[in-house]
Write a protein that binds this ligand. Structure first.
Ligand code: AHR
Length: 635
C-alpha cells in the first residue's frame, strides 16, 4: 500500500507550550522512601506497623546487637516520653552494663533492599535524637558495618547527656564500596537510653541539598528536561478511609494532606501509603517544590477533593471539613507563593526558601468515581481559589482510566462549567495507542483543555515505547487542546513494586530507564515551538507484534532497516540482526543464551549466559553503553 504524507509548510499550526511534556511523581513502587528520598535508614523513627503493611512491626529492618558480654533489653514504646505528638514511637533501651569490659549493646539498620549502598571514601551524615537517665551520660558509638558485623568505617563516639530529647550528629566515612552496608548504633554504660529518628544520608545528594534526593534518580528525571512536575499522586492523594480527612494528624489511613509533610522532619506526620507500605513524609511538599525548581519544571500539586476516587465510592458530607480543606488549599498557595510576612510564606522561608516557588497550576481530585459528588466539591474549591487567587489555573479530572459513563458525565460537567483543564488517564495496549493517534483531532477547540496526567502502554518493551512515541505525535499535532502530558508511573523499585510498566527502574544502588524513558526524553528534549500542519492519506494497519531495531535516538522498524549490529563499549559484537519472521528478539552473535534488546540501550539475559558484559544468571535490566549500527534498506 502506498501512503502519502502531505506537509503544509506554508500554514502555521498551533504553538506547542514548552511545558507540554512533564513528569508525574507518585509515591508508588517505593518511589519516595527507599527511592528518590536519599535517606538510607529504613523505619528511622520506629513507626512501621501492621497498619501500613501486615508484615511490618515497629522493628522492621532493625536488628539488635550485643558484644563483649553487654546485656540489656530494647523495646519500641509510645509513652509520654515521646519525641513529640506526631512522632510517637521511640526505642527504649534498658542497658544493664558492659559486662565489665568493652561490651556494647545496640541496634543495626539494614536499609532498603539488600542494604545500604556505600561508596569508598564517601561521607555520610548520621543523626539521632536521644536522651538518657544516666547522670554521667551514655556513650554511644555509630559506625558502618557489614551484615555479619565487619567494619566498614571508623567508629564515631557521641556522649548522650541529659534526659531531654537532643539531636546528635556525626559524619561517617565509608572505607569500601558495597551495596549491602548496615548502620550500627551501640551503647556502653547502664541506664535507660531512648533513641528516635536514627538517620543516615549520603552527603552527596542531588544538588547537595540537606534532607535531599538520591542523585542518580534525580539526575535521570532532570535529564528528561520535564516541563512540569505533577505530585504527589494519583490514588495516593485522595484515598483513605471515610474518616481519613478528619483523623488526628498522627493517625494512619489519613488522606495525603500537605501540611503533614512540611517543617522539621522529626515533627512531620507519618502515614500508611495507599500502595501498601509506610510513608515517612521526609520527602514532602517543600522538597517537591524545591525539586521542581531544581530541574526547571513547573510544580503541579494535586490536593484531595473529599471524595474517595480510585475505585472507591464515598463522599464526605461535612461542610466544616470541606471548609477546612479548602482553607488548606488556599494555605498551600500561600506556602508556595506568599510573601515571607504571610503565615505560610514564613514557613517556606523558615525551611530555607524565602523566594516564592511560583505556583501557577493546581489539581483538585484524582480519578473520581462519583461525578456529581466530586463536581459539587470541586466547584467549592474552585470558587474559593478563584476569589483569592484568580491567576491560578485549576485542574479538574475525568474519572477513572477505564472511562465509560463517569468519563462522559465528568467531561459534560467540566465543559458546562467552563473549567480550564481536565485531567485524563489511560493505560492501554500498544495497539490501542497506535489506533488512537487521532484521539484529540476531534476534541472541541473551544472547550476545556486536556491535561493527560497519566498514560502508558502496558509493558516495558521496545514496542510499547514505539507505540507511545507514535501516539505522542498525535498529542503534539493537537497541542492547542492537549496542554500537558505525563507518562506514569515515573519510578519503580525492582524488588518492591505495585504497578508495571514504569519509566525508571531502580534498586538500592543502580537505576536505569526503560525504552519509554528514552521516548519521553526524546520528546521533552526536542519540544518544537509550533506544529507544522500535515496530513497522512491513511494510517498503516498494524497486526501482530511490533518488532524493531532502534538506534539510541533513531526509531525505526525492522522493515526499514537491515544489517543491524549492536556492539558493546569494548568493541565486542553483542547482537546481529536476526529478524526472522517477525521475531521480537535477536539472537546473540557471541556468547550463549537468549538476549533481548529493548530500546537499544537495555539488555536482559533470561538464561544463564557467558558473555563479556553480563555475568551468568544476571536477569536484571542494566544500562549498557551500546552502539547500534543500522543500514537503511534500499527503496
Ligand atoms: O499511576 C498509577 C495509578 O494509576 C495512579 O495512582 C492512579 O491515578 C491511576 O489509576
Amino acid at each position: 500500500t502506498d501512503y502519502t504524507l502531505s506537509v503544509d509548510a506554508d500554514r502555521t499550526g498551533p504553538a506547542i507550550d514548552p511545558t507540554m511534556y512533564g513528569v508525574f511523581f507518585e509515591d508508588i513502587n517505593n518511589a519516595a522512601d527507599g527511592g528518590l528520598y536519599a535517606e538510607l535508614v529504613q523505619n528511622r523513627s520506629f513507626e512501621y506497623g501492621p497498619v501500613d503493611n501486615r508484615s511490618y512491626t515497629p522493628l522492621t529492618s532493625w536488628q539488635h546487637t550485643a558484644s563483649g558480654g553487654a546485656t540489656g533489653t530494647l523495646q519500641v514504646v509510645d509513652d509520654d516520653q515521646r519525641l513529640n505528638e506526631r512522632n510517637r514511637n521511640h526505642l527504649r533501651l534498658n542497658l544493664a552494663g558492659t559486662g565489665g569490659g568493652a561490651g556494647r549493646f545496640g541496634i543495626t539498620n539494614s536499609g532498603y533492599g539488600a542494604g545500604m549502598s556505600l561508596k569508598d571514601g564517601a561521607r555520610y551524615d548520621f543523626s539521632v535524637w536521644a536522651r538518657t537517665d544516666n547522670p554521667t551520660g551514655t556513650r554511644l558509638t555509630t559506625e558502618l558495618r557489614t551484615a555479619d558485623g565487619g567494619v566498614l568505617s571508623a567508629p564515631v563516639d557521641i556522649t548522650v547527656r541529659g534526659d531531654r530529647w537532643t539531636k546528635y550528629t556525626a559524619t561517617l566515612v565509608s572505607e569500601v564500596t558495597t551495596t549491602t552496608g548496615r548502620l550500627s548504633v551501640t551503647a556502653a554504660d547502664s541506664g535507660t537510653l531512648r533513641l528516635d529518628m536514627v538517620s543516615l544520608f549520603p552527603r552527596d545528594t542531588y544538588k547537595g541539598r540537606k534532607n535531599g534526593l538520591r542523585k542518580d534518580l534525580a539526575r535521570k528525571i532532570a535529564a528528561l528536561d520535564p516541563g512540569f512536575l505533577r505530585f504527589p499522586g494519583g490514588c495516593l492523594v485522595n484515598t483513605g478511609s471515610h474518616h481519613a480527612y478528619e483523623a488526628p494528624d498522627w493517625e494512619r489511613r489519613r488522606s495525603y494532606q500537605w501540611k503533614d509533610t512540611i517543617g522539621p522532619v522529626e515533627q512531620r506526620a507519618v502515614n500508611a501509603n495507599f500502595w501498601g507500605y509506610h510513608q515517612s513524609y521526609g520527602l514532602g511538599y517543600h522538597e517537591y517544590f524545591q525539586f521542581a525548581e531544581d530541574i526547571g519544571a513547573m510544580p503541579l500539586p494535586v490536593v484531595p477533593a473529599l471524595v474517595t476516587g480510585c475505585g472507591q465510592n464515598r463522599a464526605t458530607d461535612d461542610p466544616a471539613l470541606l471548609k477546612r480543606h479548602i482553607q488548606d488549599t488556599l494555605d498551600l498557595i500561600e506556602f508556595a507563593n506568599g510573601p515571607v510576612t504571610s503565615t505560610w510564606g514564613r514557613k517556606r522561608a523558615e525551611m530555607g526558601h524565602p523566594k516564592p516557588f511560583g505556583l501557577t497550576h493546581l489539581g483538585v481530585g484524582n480519578e473520581e468515581n462519583l461525578p456529581d459528588a466530586f463536581f459539587a466539591r470541586f466547584t467549592e474549591f474552585r470558587k474559593a481559589i478563584e476569589a483569592r487567587y484568580p491567576e491560578i489555573t485549576i485542574v479538574s479530572n475525568s474519572g477513572p482510566a477505564s472511562g465509560g459513563a463517569t468519563f462522559d458525565r465528568l467531561w459534560d460537567l467540566n465543559r458546562r462549567a467552563g473549567v480550564d483543564l481536565v485531567d485524563e488517564h489511560y493505560y492501554e495496549a500498544p495497539q490501542w495507542f497506535l489506533e488512537n493517534n487521532d484521539r484529540y483531532d476531534s476534541y472541541d477547540r473551544t472547550g476545556p483543555k486536556v491535561f493527560l496526567g497519566e498514560y502508558a502502554s502496558r509493558d516495558n518493551r521496545f514496542s510499547n515505547a514505539l507505540s507511545e512515541a507514535a501516539f505522542m505525535t498525535g498529542l503534539e499535532r493537537n497541542a492547542d487542546v492537549v496542554k500537558l502530558a505525563s507518562y506514569a508511573p515515573l519510578l519503580a523499585d525492582v524488588h518492591q513494586n505495585q504497578w508495571r510498566p514504569d519509566m525508571i527502574w531502580f534498586d538500592n544502588d543502580r537505576s536505569w530507564g526503560s525504552a519509554s524513558y528514552e521516548v519521553q526524553k526524546l520528546f521533552m528534549n526536542n519540544t518544537g515551538d509550533r506544529v507544522v500542519p500535515s496530513r497522512a492519506s491513511a494510517t498503516p494497519a498494524v497486526s501482530g507484534p511490533i518488532t524493531g531495531a532502534v538506534g539510541l535516538s533513531t526509531w525505526a522498524t525492522s522493515a526499514a532497516y537491515d544489517d543491524v549490529e549492536v556492539t558493546a563499549a569494548n568493541g565486542s559484537t553483542l547482537l546481529r540482526d536476526d529478524f526472522a519472521a517477525g521475531a521480537a528478539r535477536w539472537t546473540p552473535a557471541t556468547g550463549r543464551g537468549t538476549w533481548a534488546v529493548e530500546g537499544g540501550a537495555y539488555v536482559q539475559s533470561d538464561e544463564a549466559a557467558e558473555n563479556t558484559l553480563v555475568t551468568a544468571g544476571d536477569t536484571h535490566w542494566r544500562d549498557y553503553d551500546l552502539k547500534v549500527r543500522a543500514t537503511k534498506k534500499s527503496g
